[in-house]
Design a protein around this ligand. Structure first.
Ligand code: CO
Length: 151
C-alpha cells in the first residue's frame, strides 16, 4: 500500500470531466486500495480519482462505516435538502457551507464490474454528492454559500 499525492486547487486535473472506467482488472483493485489508504491517512471522508491525478470516474467514501468503493457512479434519485459544512483534501485551507440533497440513490459498479446501488442520507448523501462532483470538475467552493479559513 502506498499513499498517493493529493492534487490541490489550481491543478487542471481537478477541473476535467473524468472518463468512465471500462476495465475492471487487477490494476483497478490496486488503485482502489491506494485511494482508500490515501483517504484514511489524510483523515478524509471521501476521495475522488482526479484528486490524485487520475481523471477516471472512481471514488471512495468513508463516513465512519467503512470504505465504500464506487466506480462510474450515477445519482439516480435525489430528495430533500440539507446544509452541512464541507471541506476537501484538495482545498486544504477552507471550509464552507453547501446546500445539497439530503438523500441520494446512486448506481455504480464495484471493483469486479458488478452493478450495485447505494442509498444514503445526511452525511453519506453529502459525501457521495461531493465526490461525484469531483468527477465532473466541480469543487465544493463553487457551490458554497459561505467560505471560511480553516483554523
Ligand atoms: Co473534495
Amino acid at each position: 500500500m502506498s499513499a498517493l499525492e493529493i492534487k490541490t486547487a489550481g491543478n487542471p486535473v481537478l477541473r476535467q470531466v473524468a472518463a468512465e472506467v471500462t476495465r475492471f482488472d487487477k490494476k483497478l483493485g490496486h488503485f482502489l486500495k491506494n485511494m482508500a489508504e490515501t483517504m484514511v491517512q489524510a483523515n478524509g471522508c471521501g476521495l475522488a480519482a482526479p484528486q490524485v491525478g487520475i481523471s477516471k470516474r472512481i471514488i471512495v467514501v468513508d463516513v465512519g462505516e467503512g470504505v465504500i468503493e464506487l466506480i462510474n457512479p450515477v445519482i439516480v434519485v435525489q430528495k430533500g435538502s440539507c446544509v452541512l459544512e464541507e471541506g476537501c483534501l484538495s482545498v486544504p485551507d477552507f471550509v464552507g457551507e453547501v446546500e445539497r440533497a439530503n438523500f441520494v440513490s446512486v448506481n455504480f459498479y464495484d471493483r469486479k464490474g458488478q452493478k450495485m446501488n447505494i442509498e444514503g442520507e445526511g452525511l453519506l448523501a453529502v459525501a457521495l454528492q461531493h465526490e461525484i462532483d469531483h468527477l465532473n470538475g466541480v469543487l465544493f467552493v463553487d457551490k458554497a454559500k459561505s467560505l471560511s479559513h480553516k483554523e
